[in-house]
Each structure stands twice: as structure tokens, then as C-alpha cells.
Ligand binder design. Structure first.
Ligand code: AMP
Ligand code: MG
Length: 491
């Protein structure tokens, strides 16, 4: 079989629109081959939706592609340049360990980046080795697929291969490569990079590319860059509201980890909050709590301001006027965020209509959760099932008072009991990737080569609103621990 025939059989249908952008935006290079690749995880349903042939991709030739040892037909591999504010400080970054193979064109005519993460050094690697460890790549697989199943826009995981090579961290770890799928890898930081070091023409080329790729509905007139800003503000407001509603803590909301598409990206130190507390931080390096749960919407607002700054020269020929236009749009962010959050929280409480007092009903419940160290997910799960057991909060008189107000409130709408329960089931996950479960799955996989724990976890997480019997166990909390849960940037 020729390479072309083989690629066609695997279902590859690659284009490389990014490589047609100005040369300063990227560096063309192949992944660095690895010793002995083995396919560890493969996402069949994602493969099918991408028009890929799962059977052919599981072959040695298919796995070689996920390892970076072979390049499919029509791929033009490259590493993207970008900058970003990391914990508030501006710096040059870029794909230091990722290589974009190209964009897969799906049978439905959609376009998705196919990127190998952990594929070797690039000109943007700085001191790093360009590699990734198995544990963090499996973690990204679990978390991003869980987010997708929760209905939250996200990059996805197509495959994980082990490389047969060790990578050196504090100890030697097994190396791995994750195949990440994204509607694009355009970041706020991509714009910051071009705004800082590129020309106005290059910035315009990038913005037009982003418009075409993610916001084709925006008309091609002079107002299109302001419309782009407005659209990104709305997508990001919707995204962070979804994070808040499920208790997702991203952990490293640097501007290079914010997408123009509005997808969640970079699953390094993320984790789900258990006990409700806005100050919750899991990331070992987030000493100041910059990216704490309760701070996430503010940070998105701050990041959007950095994105807007990068667009200023396109917004108006006079700088001050451009800044005024951007400021006008940015000032709407809180309102967009709140509208999304409020609608989501009403659904979590089974409310179809809207009343003025709803805000205080919600605020009061959250306040009680915080006061009584209640588990965020399990409280909503218990309210959904109307099984008010197993949580100390339910024994308190303050909660009983709140509950009565809520019950009364439910009568002030037309909806039947059944439809209220259905709305709550569709809005409150019965399971989330709890930290102890994720750790147990990774330990079994990485330490013992036993993937069953992870498979079952993925299975349970694949339909978080099912309220199946299998999910009951996954709602339980770990035994109390003296050390708080900590996450790492996954390098
Ligand atoms: P992150 O914390 O994943 O957002 O990464 C920040 C920057 O560090 C990005 O430019 C990454 O490509 C780069 N980076 C992370 N890990 C490595 C590594 N092992 N080798 C080279 N670059 C890396
Ligand atoms: Mg990153």
C-alpha cells in the first residue's frame, strides 16, 4: 500500500490552513520519533465523529502516527508560536512540546486540529525536554473527556501512546504522547504574540483567520474586529459560568491557556471542588490563590482585557477611540457571565421561571454550604433525588428553613413535579471526576499497568447525568485526609 492509500484507509483528511498564515506564526518541524510506541488509550467515538477508521488506526502504522514516528499524508507538522501572561507576567511561550499535524476535515465539513502533545523539542521549548509523562497525559484524557460529557466546550483526547522511553523529572517516569483534538489552538496568547512582535498586517491576518474559523457568521465589514471581541467575550463568559456551575477549577488560567473558540484547554493542574468554598485552590504553584474557584470569572475578565489590548490597533485608527470601544465591550462581561450563571443555577434548582428573590435563594444555599463544609456536587445531587441524607448540612435548622422557602418557590411556577425533577437531573451531575477516584485510576494504570480502574471511571463519567446505579459509589467521598489535595502543572 502506498502512504496515500494507507492514510486514506485510516480516514485522514488533513488540511493545514494554519501553515498558510505568516511564517512568523509557527515553525515547521516533525515530531521527534520515539523508541517503541504502544497504544494505551483510544477514543473510538471521537475517532468516528472525526471520520477516522478506528480499526486501521490501531494498527502498527496507525500507532506510529500517534507516536510521531510516521506522518500521515497531507500533514504539514508545525509548532505554533504564542505568548501569554503567566500569573500576570507577560512572556514568550509557544508549543514547547506539542506538534500540530494538521486539521482533520470531518464528514460533516468541520475542521479540527490534531495535535501531538509530548512530541519532542521545538524552538519554543526553552529549557524543557519536549516530552510528557504518562500520568499527566492520562489525567488530561480523563478530565477533558469528563468535561465533554458534562456538556462543557473543551479540547478532547483521541489517543495516548507510551513511548517506551523514560523521561526525567524528580524521578524517572514513563513517557507518553497525547493526541489532542481542538476546534483550533488559537489562544489569547497567539494574539498577544502577534500584537507584540508582528506587523498590523499580520495581526489582521490572524484576526481574519480566527473570524473565518470560529465566527463565520460575523459579516466582513469594518466592524468585524470589534464583533470578534464581543463574540469571544460572550463565549468565554458562557464557558466560565459552566465551570462555576459544576465546580471545575482550571488551576492555570494564564492567557496562553484561553482559547478564541471558547473551549477549555490545558488540563495540567485542574480539579473539581468537593467542599464548597470559593477560596479553593489545588494547584501547588498557585500560592496567592490567583486562580481560586471564586476568582475564575474575574480572571476571565482580566484575560479578556489582555485579549482586547492585543486587538486595539485593528479596532480604530485612533488608539484612544479603539480603547474606548474595547472598554465598552469589556464592561459587558460581568453581565454576560452573570446571566449565564444565573440561568444555569436556576436550572440546578428546578426553576423554569425567574423571580427577583431567586438570587438570594441561591446565595443563601451557597452560604450554608460554605458554613457547613458541604460537598457542592452531592448537595445538588441530593436535592435532585430528594434524598436529604448523608450531609451534616441537612440536619441544620437553617437548611430546613431554606428548604421550605425553596419548596414554596417551586410552587410559584407552572411546571409539574416530574418536569422539575427532569430539569434538575439534566443540570446536576450525579458524578464528577473526584480527585481520589482520578488518583486511584492513575495509580493503577501507571504503577501497575492496570487500566480497568480508569476504564470504569471513564465509563461512569461518560454520562454524568444518567443517575445510574453504577454511579452511586462514585458519589462517595474519600476517607478524611490530613494533607490537602494538590495538583501539578503536568510537565
Ligand atoms: P503550560 O503550563 O502547559 O501551559 O505550559 C507553559 C509553556 O511551557 C508552554 O510553552 C509549553 O509548551 C511549555 N512546556 C511545558 N512542558 C514542557 C516540556 N516538558 N518541554 C518543553 N516545553 C514545555
Ligand atoms: Mg498551556
Amino acid at each position: 500500500m502506498t502512504k496515500r492509500q494507507q492514510s486514506l484507509e485510516m480516514g485522514w483528511h488533513l488540511d493545514n490552513s494554519y501553515s498558510r498564515l505568516p511564517k512568523s506564526f509557527f515553525t515547521s518541524l516533525n515530531p521527534t520519533p520515539v523508541q517503541s510506541p504502544a497504544l494505551i488509550m483510544f477514543n473510538d467515538s471521537l475517532a468516528i465523529s472525526l471520520g477516522l477508521n478506528a480499526g486501521a488506526l490501531r494498527s502498527e502504522e496507525g500507532v506510529a502516527i500517534f507516536a510521531g514516528n510516521a506522518i500521515p499524508e497531507d500533514a504539514l507538522p508545525l509548532a505554533q508560536a504564542y505568548a501569554g501572561h503567566q500569573f500576570g507576567n507577560f512572556t514568550m511561550l509557544g508549543d514547547g512540546r506539542a506538534v500540530l499535524l494538521g486539521e482533520q476535515l470531518t464528514p460533516e465539513g468541520k475542521r479540527f486540529d490534531i495535535q501531538l502533545k509530548g512530541a519532542g523539542r521545538t524552538p519554543y521549548s526553552r529549557g524543557g525536554d519536549g516530552r510528557a509523562a504518562l500520568g499527566p497525559m492520562l489525567r488530561e484524557y480523563i478530565m477533558s473527556e469528563a468535561m465533554h460529557a458534562l456538556g462543557i466546550p473543551t479540547t478532547r483526547a483521541l489517543a495516548v501512546v507510551t513511548t517506551g522511553e523514560s523521561i526525567i523529572r524528580e524521578t524517572d517516569l514513563p513517557g507518553a504522547i497525547l493526541t489532542r483534538v481542538a476546534s483550533s489552538h488559537l489562544r489569547f496568547g497567539t494574539f498577544q504574540y502577534v500584537a507584540k512582535w508582528g506587523t498590523d498586517d499580520e495581526l489582521r491576518a490572524l484576526a481574519d483567520y480566527a473570524l473565518q474559523r470560529h465566527y463565520p457568521e460575523i459579516e466582513e465589514n469594518d466592524g468585524r474586529y470589534l464583533a470578534l471581541l464581543q463574540a469571544v467575550i460572550q463565549r468565554q463568559a458562557a464557558l466560565v459560568a459552566k465551570w462555576q456551575l459544576v465546580g471545575f477549577i482550571h488551576g492555570v488560567m494564564n492567557t496562553d491557556n484561553m482559547t478564541i473558540s471558547g473551549e477549555t484547554i490545558d488540563y495540567g493542574p485542574c480539579a473539581f471542588m468537593d467542599t464548597y468554598n470559593p477560596a479553593t485552590v489545588f494547584s501547588s504553584i498557585d500560592i496567592q490563590g490567583r486562580y481560586a474557584y471564586g476568582n475564575q470569572p474575574n480572571i476571565v475578565g482580566w484575560n479578556l482585557a489582555r485579549f482586547a489590548e492585543s486587538l486595539l490597533s485593528l479596532l480604530h485608527e485612533e488608539y484612544a477611540e479603539g480603547a474606548r470601544l474595547a472598554q465598552d465591550e469589556l464592561s459587558d462581561f460581568s453581565e454576560h457571565y452573570y446571566a449565564n450563571w444565573f440561568a444555569g443555577m436556576r436550572a440546578k434548582l428546578g426553576l423554569f421561571n425567574e423571580e427577583k428573590q431567586d438570587e438570594s435563594l441561591m446565595g443563601h444555599l451557597l452560604q450554608l454550604m460554605e458554613q457547613h463544609d458541604a460537598d457542592y456536587t452531592n448537595i445538588f445531587r441530593a436535592l435532585t433525588l430528594n434524598q436529604l441524607t448523608d450531609e451534616a448540612l441537612f440536619e441544620t435548622s437553617e437548611f430546613t428553613q431554606w428548604y421550605e422557602l425553596w419548596q414554596e418557590r417551586l410552587t410559584r411556577q407552572q411546571a409539574s413535579k416530574e418536569s422539575v425533577q427532569q430539569l434538575m437531573r439534566d443540570s446536576n451531575p450525579a458524578v464528577i471526576p473526584r480527585n481520589h477516584r482520578v488518583e486511584a485510576a492513575l495509580e493503577a494504570a501507571v504503577q501497575r499497568g492496570d487500566y480497568r480502574v480508569m476504564q470504569e471511571l471513564l465509563d461512569v463519567l461518560s454520562n454524568p447525568y444518567a443517575y445510574s446505579n453504577q454511579q452511586v459509589n462514585y458519589a462517595s467521598l474519600p476517607a478524611p485526609s490530613t494533607s490537602p489535595y494538590q495538583t501539578y502543572c503536568g510537565t
